[in-house]
Design a binder for this molecule. Structure first.
Ligand SMILES: Nc1nc2c(ncn2[C@@H]2O[C@H](COP(=O)(O)OP(=O)(O)O[C@H]3O[C@H](CO)[C@@H](O)[C@H](O)[C@@H]3O)[C@@H](O)[C@H]2O)c(=O)[nH]1
Length: 246
């Protein structure tokens, strides 16, 4: 581990998260303060129309009231572009050896990162949380989200990344070099970016591991079941075309 830079960077994409992000940031900060490694938190606000950025600034992820080994920053998109764009921005900025992104509502509790990290020592480059493995612990998912994800996953397996059971879990970790190469090649800015990341990772020869994690459905989803689902399906079709030369 290099002491000059963080071991773990955590990217949290946020869009209109004023009611959920404070709790989540306190939990993440509390968890990180108990670890022996250096870490950083990068919140990428995506043109929120509520008080998300004010809440993040108030919590002071920059570190006045945090321990020395923690650092943090807030990046702001001037308008709402999409989760994929925000994750890519955060990844390019991240300086940790391992770069994790996590949903702002902590549907997967931050402690679950301990299930992912050991795989980097085994030579994996991209280690993704999964809600679809035998040991995954998934609570409270509405039936229509289950149905949507069943159809989407069938399409993903056929068109993009066969063999991966859950491309959409918002809890994924990357070796920094892999994260940055993938982010620079990424073209999908919306929710379809997860599939594109895995597609690029395979094409670039990165080793991917899918790991069972806990996941709880939280109220207040920003995913529009019609508009975003349609966009995710068209993104699936675009991915192969966009990267045909790779
Ligand atoms: N930057 C950005 N982030 C966004 C946007 N919309 C939502 N987000 C962020 O994306 C995360 C997930 O959004 P939720 O509102 O919690 O949605 P969910 O229903 O739990 O999302 C599930 O499906 C998504 C689509 O497949 C997944 O991306 C997500 O990880 C999770 O599995 C949160 O951190 C939220 O702030 C946006 O337009 N821009």
């Amino acid at each position: 581990m290099n002491n000059e830079r963080p071991y773990l960077s955590i990217i949290i994409p946020a869009y209109n998260e004023q009611s959920r992000i404070a709790d989540s940031l306190y939990k993440v900060k509390d968890y990180l303060s108990q670890q022996s490694y250096r870490s950083e938190i990068i919140v990428v606000d995506d043109g929120s129309r509520d008080l998300t950025t004010e809440v993040v600034k108030f919590i002071d992820i920059y570190g006045k009231e945090t321990k020395e080994q923690e650092e943090g920053q807030l990046m702001e998109n001037i308008k709402n572009v999409g989760k994929g764009f925000s994750i890519a921005r955060g990844m390019i900025k991240a300086s940790g050896d391992i770069v994790l992104f996590s949903d702002a509502d902590l549907s997967t509790p931050i402690e679950e990162v301990e299930k992912l990290l050991p795989y980097f020592e085994q030579g994996f480059d991209v280690v993704i949380g999964s809600r679809k493995l035998a040991d995954s612990e998934v609570e409270k998912k509405p039936w229509y989200r289950d149905a949507m994800s069943l159809i989407f996953n069938m399409a993903v397996r056929t068109l993009s990344v066969p063999g991966i059971k859950d491309t959409q879990c918002g809890f994924k970790a990357y070796r920094r070099e892999a994260a940055q190469r993938i982010a620079l090649l990424q073209r999908i800015y919306g929710f379809g970016f997860d599939v594109e990341h895995l597609y690029i990772a395979r094409k670039q020869g990165f080793k991917i591991k899918e790991v069972a994690v806990k996941w709880e459905h939280m109220d207040g989803s920003k995913v529009d079941p019609i508009k975003d689902s349609l966009r995710m399906f068209t993104d699936l079709l675009k991915i192969r075309w966009l990267h045909r030369a790779m």
